[in-house]
Design a protein. Structure first.
Length: 65
């Protein structure tokens, strides 16, 4: 299992700019809570699932098997 950045450089650039604007919170979420701080709780929970493979909510990270 490994976590990699989205291979689409434009997506990565856009999301990283959003993270800078929001102080590290997922720019795709309306609420600013500890659960939405990048790397968000939703994706951390998905990482724990051995059967999960795919992108986080904002498409910045991808879990590969």
């Amino acid at each position: 299992m490994k976590i990699v950045l989205n291979p689409d450089a434009e997506v990565v650039k856009t999301i990283k700019e959003g993270l800078e604007r929001t102080g590290g919170y997922c720019p795709c979420r309306l609420q600013r809570t500890p659960e939405t701080k990048c790397m968000c709780k939703e994706f951390r929970d998905q990482i724990k699932d051995p059967d999960f493979e795919g992108f986080c909510h904002c498409m910045l990270y991808k879990k590969e098997k």
